[in-house]
Design a protein around this ligand. Structure first.
Ligand code: NAI
Length: 339
């Protein structure tokens, strides 16, 4: 049932929106408003059931609050999940109906892209509501910049390196974030290995950068200093952690740990971990600046603070003998005054 969904009673609101004319069916969850608003992407994909969409939207909106709090962003977390109907196309009318939904929150919900919703879709949504970010300033390059700063922090903490020159980074996913991260790393002198299930995409990026591309099924076994997951979530399980031949994991993919057990497996193997909700906040930070007046250098300066935050998380995990995720969650609770 809805009320037994994980995290249900920690949310401010959960609503179902239905527009029979366009076929729009969407859940919007606001986990927490801070400064009167909750920010989070619109996910558009088929779900096996309404319950699956509810579980997804609740988990994702709570994660957005954690991300915003640690990034020093004046917003709470929210999310929407649209149940895509594989038999009907994603029409402009459906997107506009979603825009009306967003608008009905009067700015308490600010939306952004997520899986299945690209910049063009968001531009349609923005034709009916101003409460949209990341159309004029797409998020991925900012997310990549923050991830790069997090990788610098991990290299300093775990490898004792104050520069990335010669540091070997294996990137999973040559998509919007992974490709931009690869460019930043190569420019900094890192030695990059890249894999994508779309092997042509990985090969093209590797040849652009003079990097190496490998078979995606071999990436988790690749010997490197740092693994940067930039594809899908759930990549770290107890079993996959056993395969790793790296000293740290630091990448942008959301929800990399399939379960807390995977975090403990990393810790017991002495592999440092930069929690994804800390390191992947660059796009969210850029989005907040869009709401409050966008100045590129101020955005960069804000994103660059991710380096310090990741260092604090790593230090705290070590001194308190807890996982990095637990350390980051304690920091969130302290900053929110709930502990
Ligand atoms: P994207 O869809 O542009 O790229 C993902 C890439 O991963 C695709 O090229 C896909 O072919 C590849 N891929 C899928 N499964 C794979 C596998 N098993 N092995 C290797 N490659 C695989 O997505 P984007 O925007 O680059 O995001 C990447 C990750 O970062 C996602 O988990 C996303 O949720 C997360 N993220 C993205 C943000 C953004 O600003 N775009 C913000 C915060 C998190």
């Amino acid at each position: 049932s809805i009320t037994s969904s994980p995290g249900f009673d920690q949310h401010e609101s959960l609503a179902f929106h239905h527009d029979p004319e366009t076929g729009l069916r969407a859940f919007v969850a606001i986990h927490r408003k801070r400064d009167g608003r909750g920010c989070g992407g619109i996910r558009y994909r088929p779900y096996s059931s309404e319950q699956a969409a509810i579980d997804d939207v609740l988990r994702l909106s709570a994660a957005m609050t954690r991300k915003a709090v640690l990034a020093g962003v004046a917003a709470g977390g929210a999310k929407s999940c649209v149940l895509a109907d594989p038999s009907r196309p994603k029409t402009p009318a459906l997107l506009q109906a979603m825009g009306q939904v967003v608008h009905s929150y009067g700015g308490a919900y600010v939306c952004a892209p997520d899986v299945g919703i690209g910049t063009e879709d968001l531009a349609v949504i923005r034709s009916v509501t101003p409460h949209v970010v990341a159309v004029d300033h797409p998020a991925a390059p900012y997310t990549a910049r923050g991830t790069f700063r997090g990788i610098e922090a991990v290299a300093e903490w775990k490898l004792g390196r104050d520069r990335l020159e010669g540091v070997r980074v294996a990137i999973q996913g040559a998509g919007n974030v992974g490709a931009q991260l690869a460019r930043l790393l190569v420019a900094a002198g890192a030695i990059v290995t890249i894999a994508d299930t779309d092997t042509a995409k990985a090969d093209a990026l590797a040849s652009e950068l003079g990097a190496r591309s490998i078979d995606p099924t071999a990436l988790l076994d690749a010997e490197a200093d740092i693994l940067a997951p930039c594809a899908l979530g759930g990549v770290l399980t107890r079993a996959s952690v056993e395969r790793l031949r790296v000293r740290a994991v630091a990448g942008a993919a959301n929800n990399q740990l399939a379960d807390p057990d995977a975090g403990r497996a990393l810790a017991s193997r002495g592999i440092a971990f930069a929690p994804d909700f800390v390191i992947s906040a660059g796009g969210l930070i850029a989005g907040e600046h869009e709401l409050d007046g966008f100045d590129e250098s101020a955005v960069h300066e804000h994103i660059d603070r991710i380096r310090t935050t990741v260092l604090h998380v790593l230090e705290r995990a070590a001194t308190q003998s807890i996982t990095e995720t637990e350390a980051a969650e304690r920091m969130v609770a302290e900053r929110m005054g709930t502990r």
